[in-house]
Design a protein around this ligand. Sequence first.
Ligand SMILES: Cc1cc2nc3c(=O)[nH]c(=O)nc-3n(C[C@H](O)[C@H](O)[C@H](O)COP(=O)(O)OP(=O)(O)OC[C@H]3O[C@@H](n4cnc5c(N)ncnc54)[C@H](O)[C@@H]3O)c2cc1C
Length: 320
Amino acid sequence: MKVGIVGCSINGAYLAWKLSKKYEVFVFEKNKIIGEKPCSGLISERIWNFIPKNDKIIENFIDEAIIHFKKKIKLKFHPRLLVINRKLLDQYVTELAKENGVNVFLNNEVKRVYFVKGKKPQILADKIYEFDYLIGCDGFGSIVRKSVGIKNPKYKLGIYTYKNKKDKSNFVDVYPSKNGFAWVIPRGSKVEYGLLENMNVAKDKFDKFCRKKKIKPKKIYSHVISEGLVKAEAGRIALCGDAIGLTKPTSSGGVIWGLTACNILLKNFPNFKKYDNEIKKVFEPKFLFLRAGNRIVRFFGFRFPRILPKEVYFDSDFLY
Ligand SMILES: Cc1cc2nc3c(=O)[nH]c(=O)nc-3n(C[C@H](O)[C@H](O)[C@H](O)COP(=O)(O)OP(=O)(O)OC[C@H]3O[C@@H](n4cnc5c(N)ncnc54)[C@H](O)[C@@H]3O)c2cc1C
């Protein structure tokens, strides 16, 4: 049986690696190099529940976040977070897939997906390919999702830059705003300054944040972050990760949630209806709870910070 995957970032590479134990797998990636997706790579240690441990891709360890309302609140992470080099992570998982015989086509953008209910899906890349099943791991702008007529998830913009400065601190600084937040992440050999906001104001707010932190960005990285679960299947086609808006409403982190969804997909493969149902059951309550929690914490944080505790333990994956 032939399985096609569009997108060779973390979720596409992981699914390819796992599916290749049973099926013939083909992955299409539009970029020439794996791991070009801008991402802070702040990921909990649960990453090792999915892939074999690899110390070479870790840049730093984070135990806490200091949230800067008028009063500072300390979030103590349990499990702790790793500052992962995202490019190396994607390349590492892609290598696992390749070692298992996955065909990875780089610099090969999927331009069209031919979807007819009941028929095998076809894609147009460098030529036309037909698969028994097709999986869209092609992120926010997913052509697979668009081709099957599933609506876009909501989105914000993430922007960041680096300053060359050794910093091995074990905490990140977070500066909440009405609709987003800014961050400072110590990455060992450099420090990352970033911001997540609504598209129309993100760049202005980022410039302001840089001025406040007295940094002059040499290079800026940015990418849309999707958020809000949409439908994950259409017949022989499934979607996963950012393509269906699987990022946490608190931090917009998507790696652990995406990989969790991948495992649900693998368990139900190729019954994509069952996969979609299970995804909803697992993630909808998390979205509801985290969105409500987010609002409540911001309300008290901005207006009545004294009510909030000084220190809280927090599972950044939200009860995985
Ligand atoms: C600024 C920023 C910071 C972030 N920080 C964190 C963080 O600290 N921790 C965390 O857990 N998450 C973070 N995220 C979210 C995380 O990056 C995503 O949730 C994760 O990358 C989703 O993986 P994915 O495989 O679903 O899709 P993506 O990583 O978006 O990858 C999609 C892939 O598909 C390819 N593609 C797209 N269209 C086509 C096509 N037509 N043909 C072929 N290939 C195609 C792309 O080139 C890309 O390689 C961050 C995101 C951003 C933008």
